[in-house]
Design a protein around this ligand. Structure first.
Ligand code: FAD
Length: 402
């Protein structure tokens, strides 16, 4: 089975996964979510992340469905987890230099891999699952083969990478981004930073054998793990910028629609009057890593784009696939007769890096109301943000109050 057999890249699959998971999103989730029972057995969690990451399914849809079935108190844990993605995006949006810092650190680490044979051998062993730490090796292979890892396992894996194997954290974050179907600049970069003690200053995550034994139900009992996790050193957080406001657009002006992998649910744009002359899909893969990503990432993204353009074919006009550069986007939009390019606001990451360089025509980035409401609250830690969840749910019409 390939990763895209396990995670077929379409909305129908996302919806049926949501339906299957719904009965378990309440107290079952709170009790089961930390157990990793192995590849193909991730029944305690939703496995919705590849779909949420690309918004083949939106956070609002998931929250509505879950809170339509469970009380807020029963679903509290699951709802909070859904908002972790939102929180990380908002945090990075207000400190975009942290993404640039990660990319610069990655380039330096990659230079060292190319010039230091010892480091190269250790890095290769970790990526290929040949370290001799049995759980770690199984997880490296599970990630490479399935494009997914359980959350608890991501924490253990990152901790072993940084504190036992003592490899540069950026190379681990890159290994994840090259293989995860849900690979996300904000959740991934900031979670790795959190494990390493760079995000919540001085607070690290230490993977302990007893914890691994318990939550893998005895499948693993690793020996030789680091017994302490001293925080890595790094620059202070950059000053916080204002959250983005997003643009408006004039539906009367000739427009084209640029679809990208950060948001593949365009219905709300049509509700706002967008009638595109043509549509293109943006391929931002090159900006994820200096190395080639796993083939399943391209397959998932192509499948997801095909799914969305097919479902909305009567609204999109002619579709051009896989534009990669600002210049190509400008040429395509002009040739289509457009006066403006409309797109959903993309959070910090490879897509936004390309959008930031489009100058051929006015680019109108429409900020999804869910993001506009939530991101400004990501000023400090998650615990402060969490207090705003009732307000954010209240802003979503139709959410059950109890
Ligand atoms: C080192 C590390 C790297 C990570 N990299 C990524 C990444 O690149 N992309 C990514 O989407 N998530 C990442 N996560 C977060 C989390 O592990 C995944 O979102 C989660 O495992 C997805 O599986 P699920 O859908 O079955 O989760 P569930 O437990 O069913 O949670 C439901 C949804 O809540 C959100 N969510 C849950 N936990 C988190 C979390 N800790 N942070 C952010 N959102 C969360 C996801 O959208 C998820 O689909 C990372 C975590 C760690 C520790």
């Amino acid at each position: 089975m390939t990763a895209t057999d396990i995670f077929p890249p379409n909305r129908t699959e996302a919806l049926s996964r949501l339906q299957r998971f719904l009965p378990h999103a309440g107290r079952d989730y709170a009790a089961q979510r930390n157990y990793d029972r192995g590849a193909g057995q991730h029944t305690g969690v939703s496995t919705l992340s590849p779909y949420l990451r690309h918004r083949l399914l939106t956070e609002e849809e998931v929250l509505r469905a879950v809170l339509g079935r469970h009380s807020r108190s029963a679903a509290e844990k699951f709802v909070q987890e859904v908002f972790w993605r939102t929180y990380w995006k908002g945090w990075l949006e207000m400190r975009p230099a942290v993404w640039g810092g990660y990319r610069a650190g990655l380039d330096q680490a990659w230079d060292r891999v190319q010039t230091q044979s010892g480091l190269r051998a250790e890095w290769e062993a970790a990526c290929l699952g040949r370290t001799g730490i049995d759980c770690f090796d199984v997880w490296a292979r599970e990630l490479a083969e399935t494009g997914y890892l359980h959350n608890h396992t991501r924490m253990w894996f990152a901790s072993i990478w940084v504190f036992t194997l003592r490899l540069p954290w950026e190379l681990g974050a890159d290994f994840f981004l090259r293989h995860l179907l849900d690979g996300d600049p904000a959740s991934n970069t900031l979670s790795w930073r959190w494990v390493a003690g760079l995000q919540t200053r001085g607070k690290t995550y230490l993977a302990r054998a007893s914890n691994i034994r318990k939550y893998t139900e005895g499948r693993f009992d690793p020996k030789g793990l680091a017994s302490e996790a001293p925080a890595l050193d790094g620059p202070p957080h950059p000053p916080r910028m204002a959250p983005p406001a997003g643009d408006s657009f004039d539906p009367a002006r000739p427009s084209v629609l640029l679809l990208h992998e950060d948001d593949l649910s365009p219905a709300w744009l049509f509700d706002r009057g967008l009638r595109p002359l043509a549509t293109a899909t943006l391929d931002a893969t090159d900006g994820f890593s200096p190395l080639h990503p796993a083939p399943h990432l391209g397959a998932f993204k192509r499948g997801a784009f095909a799914d969305v353009t097919q479902r909305w074919s009567d609204r999109l006009g002619p579709v051009t696939e896989g534009l990669r550069t600002p210049e190509d986007i400008g040429t395509w939009a002009r040739d289509a007769g457009a006066e403006q390019i409309v797109t959903v606001y993309a959070p910090v990451g490879p897509t936004a890096d390309i959008l930031n360089r489009i100058d051929a025509l006015p680019l109108r980035r429409l900020l999804r109301p869910f993001d506009a409401e939530a991101w400004p609250y990501a000023t400090a830690g998650f615990f402060k943000f969490k207090d705003k969840i009732p307000t954010l749910l209240g802003a979503m019409a139709g959410i059950r109050a109890a």
